[in-house]
Design a protein around this ligand. Structure first.
Ligand code: ADP
Length: 557
């Protein structure tokens, strides 16, 4: 006994140790690690920094894309520029303007003189004319200084693209615009020639160019997935306090850019900005953190639930394994005792030492009783194994249940009385016939009575009561025995289960009887209930429905 208890304790300890080492520790370590990692992400603003880096890249790429377009246009015009000594240079500049409506002016400055042509269609515009004169004057003034011209030409020669961009504000009837000019050295001219060509972009073209570019870039970015972004091009405000937008994508709304980049090469004086549509990096960071903490919390809860479930299941398995090993030892003990007795009495009789008739009669009775006990035990085990294998079949027949109970009692009466029990029979003869399996009901009753005898001490009392109540027939077996604690009352119907009462452990049993009774009552569509007070006694009630068979048939249809 002690050894078995020790084994049980050891198993549980080992189970807890295994669960602890194999699951709990790594899971807890993972959770704690994740938690601290998230905290450090939060502290170091990892997400914000990642987004910032991504935005910087997007802006750099955007600037490059926009520059490329403008460079391509200027390059195209540059290739067409006439040589300074070309007598048709004015016509050729006009041709450039005619073929490239994106330019308003095209000009050529040379030591011999300058040509400054304007798009013929725009010449009637007073603002354009003013612009023509202003630009021509300022370039001429600038070009008159030999030194400045030389340093510009040298700078352009060194520059890989040979182009330099300048920006100015343009005035037009519909308001101000962005005037982008490009100056360059002509191709195929020796490096020491002081010749400068140039074009000025039409401010109206820039008004469509910027939004179109921004939309295209934002589209490209949104195709890569993630939150949709909005972009803006704005005038650079030296103190960065006010953003004066020049062009923005539709989702811009209000507010400042999250990240911005000053155009250095082409679009001088302008900046490019980016932000998320409808949210901010800070909000995103917060909700990301929030989500991660929630996921971590749910995961932790799941792990804990999983652990509890595992422990529960494993404990159940351990308990069942223990019950099974108890069962084997109980059953072998139960089989051995009647067999030993039968053998002992049979041998004694065989030796012919018993002379008196009464003694012989007693011995025969013991042999019969013990073999009956053996039979009932083996029947229980056989029934149990049939049930376990799903082969148990019942034969339902209309039965006079009062008669069945009386007959079963009669066959058991001798044993009851011999053990000194007071038997109270309360059989209501008017109980109608019930459709049952005779053998099964008799076995259930025998098991219940057998338990009442086994688990009674001083007060040897047994009451068997049969009566009708509403739509069912009830069979009660009551004793004044050791009783069952309420905690164990549901468990006793489980297979192999035996209560922890010391008397139970000193009494032979397999823990199968009540599980069979429950199976029988279930098969009849009825139920088995127990009402018990420890130390006072127990009352088992088997309820059989009067229309049991039909109900059972319906349940299994
Ligand atoms: P067994 O009697 O072979 O151990 P059962 O399935 O018949 O198995 O009973 C299960 C357990 O329920 C018993 O071991 C005992 O602890 C408890 N029990 C059953 N009937 C009674 C009763 N009449 N009084 C007290 N305890 C009972």
């Amino acid at each position: 006994m002690k050894k078995r208890k020790l084994m049980g304790g050891f198993n549980r300890f080992r189970l807890i140790l295994t669960l602890g080492l194999a699951v709990l520790l790594p899971a807890a370590a993972l959770i704690v690690l994740n938690f601290y990692q998230l905290r450090s992400f939060e502290r170091d603003k990892v997400l914000e920094k990642t987004i910032d880096r991504d935005f910087q890249e997007v802006l750099a790429f955007s600037e490059k894309t926009m520059n490329k377009k403008i460079y391509a246009k200027v390059d195209e015009a540059r290739e067409m520029f006439p040589a300074p000594e070309d007598p048709e240079r004015e016509e050729k500049l006009n041709k450039i303007l005619a073929e490239n409506p994106v330019f308003t002016h095209a000009f050529l400055f040379d030591e011999q003189g300058d040509v400054f042509q304007t798009q013929p269609s725009q010449e009637s515009d007073k603002y354009v004319r003013e612009e023509h004169d202003r630009l021509e004057d300022s370039y001429r003034a600038w070009f008159s200084s030999k030194q400045e011209t030389r340093s510009l030409v040298e700078m352009l020669q060194k520059n890989a693209q040979h182009i330099y961009f300048g920006a100015d504000q343009a005035k037009r009837a519909d308001g101000p615009g962005y005037l982008l000019t490009a100056v360059f050295v002509l191709p195929n001219l020796p490096g020491d020639r002081m010749v400068i060509g140039g074009v000025a972009f039409d401010p109206c073209y820039m008004k469509t160019f910027f939004p179109a570019m921004l939309n295209e870039l934002v589209k490209d970015k949104s195709e890569q997935g993630g939150n949709s972004v909005a972009m803006i091009i704005y005038h650079l405000d030296p103190d960065m306090r006010e953003v004066k937008p020049m062009a923005a994508t539709s989702g811009w709304g209000e507010g400042k850019p999250e990240v911005s980049r000053k155009f250095e090469d082409v679009f001088k004086g302008l900046s490019l900005g980016i932000k998320f549509q409808g949210t901010s990096v800070q909000q995103l960071g917060e909700s990301w953190m929030h989500r991660n903490f929630i996921i971590l919390g749910i995961l932790s809860a799941l792990i804990v639930i999983g652990l509890i479930l595992t422990k529960h299941v494993v404990s159940k398995e351990v308990a069942l394994a223990k019950l099974k090993s108890d069962f084997v030892s109980n059953v072998s003990h139960e089989l051995r005792t009647p067999l030993a007795l039968i053998r002992l009495y049979a041998e004694t009789l065989e030796l012919g030492r018993i002379t008196t008739k009464e003694k012989k009669h007693d011995y025969y009775k013991i042999i019969r009783k013990e073999s009956e006990r053996l039979t009932s035990l083996i029947n229980n085990i056989l029934d149990f194994s049939r049930i376990e294998a799903g082969h148990k079949e019942y034969e339902f027949r209309d039965t006079d249940i009062a008669d069945l109970v009386r007959n079963t009692l009669d066959s058991y009466r001798y044993q009851i009385e011999q053990q000194g029990f007071t038997l109270k029979e309360e059989i209501d003869e008017s109980v109608p016939t019930v459709c049952v399996d005779r053998e099964a009901i008799a076995r259930a009753l025998l098991n219940l009575m057998n338990n009442a005898l086994k688990y009674s001490t001083e007060d040897k009392f047994l009451r068997v009561k049969l009566y009708r109540e509403n739509g069912s027939v009830k069979l009660e077996v009551e004793d004044h025995g050791i009783g069952i604690t309420s905690r164990e009352q549901t468990k006793i119907f489980e297979k192999f289960y035996r209560t922890g009462d010391p008397l139970v452990h000193n009494t032979k049993g397999s823990g199968l009887g009540l599980s069979l009774v429950r199976h029988i009552s279930d098969a009849h569509g009825g139920s088995i209930d127990v009402d018990s007070i420890p130390g006072k006694g127990s009352r088992f009630t088997l309820t059989l429905p009067l229309n049991g068979k039909t109900r059972f048939a319906a349940a299994h249809a």
